[in-house]
Design a protein around this ligand. Structure first.
Ligand code: XIL
Length: 370
């Protein structure tokens, strides 16, 4: 497989030499420059520039960054009166230094909450936590963060509001409150609603209702983030295209905020990205421990190619496409929803080399019509 890639790189349409990673300036971000931003999620190791190869790849290929974990309330706000801004300051500094579009992820989410929140009993205390949190975090980076995922995953699969601690204690108005607080704390940032599976019809309908309500009440909302945690084994392009069109008809931007394609079997055909769902380890569920067969590599490339064809068709509606991780070894899908697996969901392999999927996306832009 690798040989094929090197061959394409060396004799192909884009690259003039084999030592691609050192010399060639052609990259995802330059190739898609006129279409939409190309982002990646950064782990703590990337923020602190621990690995030279990863660091070089991030700077070369991507022009937008999202913090994978360090801005979640559990980490940035561990105690009621204590914030931990060291890593997030470093993250923002990294983005500024490299002139990247900086995404804040995420202000209000029912997962990865600090332990003290589970002990909160009254609506008033929870409201105080949410208010102080948004003021402190969005306020600290006002004018520096380009876009906030204000509320994350507030919907159930059937499109009704998720029965989260926020809904249960504060009522459905908490979503509007969160957006209004974010707009006040950082008037310049774009504000997004972010969720998984909202390309699917029922959940999409719920998201559209939610966004329409916010708009009708005069609340600022600039866009919707479709997470994009998908599987090479299920077809959903029509849903994705319909979602792009329907969301943009609301007058907002559409971003793909956490893109990856699992190549592994999913337990019970699980779809989505509920971080609280976990399953037992089992060798049958980890079939490509040593290497990825060419047939699967090709399938992944084909899935990415078809997806990006849809993205290009609707590039006027899409603001950003962010991959959920830098390379395969970094991906959260090695540990979720089953621990200790070897997954291959991204465009760069464990040696930071571009995979066939990368080439398939680059190739799309070599045609004169794009
Ligand atoms: C994931 C991270 O990638 C993991 O490292 C962490 O253990 C759990 O969360 N939806 C989101 C992201 O909005 O924040 C989640 O990120 C993946 C699903």
């Amino acid at each position: 497989m690798k040989k094929t890639i090197y061959l394409c790189l060396s004799v192909g349409f884009l690259f003039s030499n084999t030592s691609y990673s050192q010399k060639d300036e052609t990259s995802l971000k330059t190739t898609y420059e006129k279409d939409f931003l190309i982002g990646t999620a950064l782990g703590i190791e990337h923020i602190y520039e621990k690995d030279a190869k990863a660091n070089q790849l991030i700077k070369r290929e991507f022009n937008a960054i999202t913090p994978e974990n360090i801005m979640k309330s559990q980490i940035i706000h561990p105690e009621f009166n204590h914030y931990s801004f060291e890593a997030s300051d470093k993250f923002v500094e990294f983005g500024q230094k490299n002139k990247m579009f900086i995404v804040g992820h995420t202000l209000v989410w029912h997962s990865q909450l600090p332990a003290f929140v589970s002990k909160i009993n009254s609506a008033d205390s929870l409201r105080l936590f949410m208010t102080e949190h948004i003021k402190a975090v969005a306020g600290r980076y006002a004018g520096k963060i380009n876009s906030w995922d204000v509320v994350n995953e507030a919907l159930e699969e059937d499109g009704t509001l998720r029965k989260s601690v926020f809904l249960n204690k504060l009522g459905e108005g908490y979503i509007k409150e969160a957006f209004d607080l974010a707009a006040k704390a950082d008037p310049k940032a774009e504000l997004y609603y972010n969720d998984y599976n909202i390309e699917q019809p029922a959940k999409r309908k719920g998201a559209i209702e939610l966004i329409k309500k916010l708009q009708a009440s005069g609340t600022k909302i600039n866009g919707v983030g479709i997470q994009g945690h998908w599987s090479i084994n299920s077809e959903n392009l029509k849903d994705i295209e319909d979602a792009i069109v329907e969301f943009s008809q609301l007058g907002i931007k559409v971003a793909f905020t956490e893109l990856d394609y699992t190549v592994l079997p999913n337990p019970w055909d699980l779809k989505g990205a509920d971080v609280n769902q976990r399953f037992e380890e089992n060798p049958k569920m980890n079939p490509y421990k040593e290497s990825l067969p060419d047939s699967v590599q090709n399938r992944l490339a084909e899935r990415y190619e078809n997806l990006f064809k849809v993205f290009l068709k609707h590039k006027d509606k899409i603001s950003r496409v962010t991959f959920w991780g830098v390379n395969d070894s970094h991906s959260w899908l090695n540990g979720w929803p089953i621990k200790n697996r070897t997954n291959y969901p991204l465009l760069f392999d464990r040696g930071f080399e571009p995979k066939k999927a990368y080439l398939s996306i680059m190739k799309l832009k070599s045609k004169p019509t794009n």
